[in-house]
Design a binder for this molecule. Structure first.
Ligand code: SF4
Ligand code: SF4
Length: 425
């Protein structure tokens, strides 16, 4: 990863205090965003609302407010779900503003603050993550997990939460570089497999390849692809995010494909914003599309049948799909292709579940409070299956369901669709 070269590319997303102040000035303080903000919903505290946070940024960057630990905590408590941005009549670019302000504080105002997330570099390396997944699988199956849980050592080491989030891990397989079409050919697409999803949820990528090849697409899985950079971008490391963008642009750049398909909407939201990290990313970002949007939009071949599913399926809408990509209807449209399926959307479906990237690890109290509301709503739907487009939401919600001993299977909607496909012939 060439951080030095990427520092220049990322330079234009580093904001000065004056630039941040100008962005914050766009807020007219109307308050229309407040009812949509999950942290305001939990606290009813103005400083935990979008309007309050923007006022804090305005004060800090305009020189009226001094930096304080409390001020930074209010900003860091933001989930970056961008529900506020979607409803703002003044089009305040809140996502850009909060990331810019936190990076500005980390670089210029309080670089000594020790509590910021230090990202592990292995997140950027799918091969290393796959090795970690293999080791964790041994840990789960050897009895070591039960031993450590029973001894209380996980709590002492501060790893109990991470342990609870781990799904039941399966063997991790390498990908072929190309999967040929299994039906009348319609051209080629490329698949972005992600890093966490590739290590902990290969079932979704396998399902995507199965469905896409059945629909007649050849699927490239470029071996040089890396982490999308979302965690870095939202944790004050834009240079690393830009370096990862460079590597992904190179990995996908030479392919003659109709679309670059992502399965995790959190990755898709970041891939779509590569233009901010690299001015030459235009042709890449135009081709990036979420799997549900792609499948819902292409004609379904007559020779690919779907088995009926007589069941109620709950759908959780991730913030990345709802507020950033704004394609939250696509999973429903895709799943309605399954005969007899009954889809149940959750009340307050636009509210974040608390996963929010690394937030579920860094802010457990708020993350669990938001999750508990979702879980009660899911329980009321009386369902056995929950689908969601984002790996982070899936891990967070599945961990909560396990803790409550609720027997509900959590999966990506593409996995459910693939289960119902009857092979073309
Ligand atoms: S909706 Fe927009 S303009 Fe109104 S308070 Fe919220 S951020 Fe400011
Ligand atoms: S991004 Fe989400 S949590 Fe943060 S201020 Fe906006 S609505 Fe609230």
């Amino acid at each position: 990863m060439n951080i030095v070269a990427s520092a220049a590319q990322a330079k234009h997303i580093l904001h000065t205090a004056k630039q941040l102040n100008t962005l914050a000035d766009r807020c007219v303080k109307c308050g229309m965003c407040l009812p949509h903000c999950p942290t305001y919903h939990l606290t009813r505290d103005e400083s935990e609302s979008p309007r309050g946070r923007i006022a804090l940024i305005q004060g800090l960057t305009g020189g009226q407010l001094a930096y304080s630990d409390k001020l930074e905590t209010h900003l860091e408590n933001c989930l970056k779900c961008r529900a506020c941005e979607r409803v703002c009549p003044s089009l305040v670019p809140y996502g850009e503003l909060i990331d810019g302000a936190l990076t500005h504080i980390a670089r210029e105002v309080a670089p000594q603050s020790a509590r910021r997330l230090r990202l592990l570099n292995f997140v950027t390396q799918p091969a290393t993550l796959r090795t970690l997944a293999k080791l964790l699988r041994v840990y789960q199956r050897s009895g070591l997990r039960a031993l450590l849980r029973g001894s209380g050592l996980l709590k002492v080491l501060g790893l109990a939460r991470q342990d609870r989030l781990l799904p039941s891990l399966h063997t991790v397989h390498p990908w072929q570089a190309y999967y040929p079409a299994q039906n009348t050919p319609r051209g080629d697409v490329a698949l972005f497999t992600g890093c966490i999803a590739d290590a902990f949820d290969q079932a979704t990528s396998r399902a995507a390849i199965q469905v896409l090849t059945q629909l007649g697409y050849g699927v490239h899985v470029p071996p040089g692809q890396r982490c999308c950079g979302a965690l870095h971008l939202h944790n004050q490391q834009p240079e690393q995010a830009s370096a990862l963008a460079q590597e992904n642009l190179a990995a996908f750049g030479g392919l003659d494909v109709q679309a670059i398909i992502n399965t995790a909407s959190g990755c898709g939201a970041t891939l779509k914003e590569y233009l901010a990290l690299n001015p030459g990313a235009d042709s890449f970002t135009r081709k990036v599309v979420d799997i549900s949007t792609f499948i819902a939009s292409v004609p379904w071949p007559e020779n690919v049948m779907l088995k009926p599913l007589k069941a109620r399926v709950a759908v959780h809408d991730p913030c990345s799909l709802t507020h950033v990509l704004r394609q939250h209807e696509a999973p429903y449209a895709m799943l309605r292709k399954i005969p007899e399926i009954e889809l149940g959307s959750l009340p307050d479906r636009a509210r974040c579940c608390g996963a929010a990237g690394s937030y579920m690890l860094t802010h457990p109290t708020q993350a669990d409070a938001l999750r508990d509301e979702k879980l009660s709503n899911i329980e009321q739907l009386d369902t056995r299956i929950l689908v969601t487009s984002n790996i982070g939401c899936a891990l967070h919600l599945a961990a909560g369901l396990r803790e409550k001993h609720l027997s509900i299977e959590v999966m990506h909607q593409t996995t459910l669709l693939a289960r119902q496909v009857i092979q073309a012939h």
